[in-house]
Design a protein around this ligand. Structure first.
Ligand SMILES: [Mn+2]
Length: 249
């Protein structure tokens, strides 16, 4: 089984998102899965190579280490709130079972082809966001963030990303969620045309959805985790939402 989650948006240790994420990492369904896929925006702001992030969220990183010790594969796919973290995370998890990716991945599990992406990469339209994202996630900025000026500089980027996202969230929850749902369904269909998978998992939209496309695949998105408190599991060709066994700690 694969379990996957996105858009937790942990801001500070001990906040609601932090506790819920620990509940996810300790959930019995997660504990019996072979692959755990962290699909981006787990943190509201972790950018660059600063070890301070590991200390700040120590309990979370220790819990991920224990999943790796149990022999699970743990994937981390960058979001638009936690990026340029390849160097830092690979140092933190020096384990072949930890798989880091800056972009979407395609894998076959129990005979099912699955695409896993944060979602901003497949999202149709939104040219101003794409321009911003191309700059902020470019190689020169990655080198700066990972090696040269980690903290104050990345904090600035993070605040900028969070402000953009807050604006986005307010808009989404107020009136646009149906439009966004439709847009992500179309975006997943465009992604399917590039690489056909039976299941396409996305985050980023903050709109929870499960949709069977007439093209013959399933698109699923766990939405904004602190509100939904659900995560996704995939067993053979079955994909579903799961409630947390312990939604609070
Ligand atoms: Mn996002």
């Amino acid at each position: 089984m694969i379990t996957t989650i996105s858009d937790v948006h942990i801001k500070v240790p001990g906040d609601k998102a932090y506790k819920l994420f620990l509940s996810f990492l300790r959930d019995p369904i997660v504990k019996k899965s072979e692959k755990v896929v962290l699909l981006g925006d787990i943190f509201d702001f972790v950018v660059g190579g600063d070890q301070g992030f590991i200390k700040e969220f120590q309990e979370v990183f220790d819990e991920i280490k224990s999943l790796l010790r149990e022999g699970k594969q743990v994937y981390f796919i960058e979001g638009n709130h936690d990026f340029h973290v390849g160097k830092l995370f690979k140092e933190t998890f020096p384990d072949d079972n930890f798989i880091f990716s800056k972009e979407r991945i395609h894998l076959t599990h129990q005979g099912t082809n699955i695409t896993l992406c944060h979602g901003d990469d497949i999202e149709l339209d939104n040219p101003s966001y794409k321009k911003y994202s191309r700059i902020i996630r470019s190689k020169p900025i990655q080198v700066l963030a990972e090696w040269i000026v980690p903290f104050p500089f990345t904090r600035m980027i993070g605040n900028w990303a969070s402000a953009k996202s807050r604006k986005k969230n307010i808009a989404q929850y107020e009136s646009k969620s149906d439009l966004i749902k439709e847009k992500f369904r179309s975006s997943s269909e465009a992604a399917y045309q590039e690489v056909p998978s039976q299941i396409i998992v996305c985050g980023h939209s903050h709109v929870k959805d499960k949709y069977e496309s007439t093209l013959g695949f399933i698109y699923i998105n766990n939405g904004y985790f602190p509100n939904e408190k659900t995560f996704i599991s995939i067993e053979k060709d079955q994909v579903r939402f799961n409630e947390l066994a312990e939604p609070s700690h």
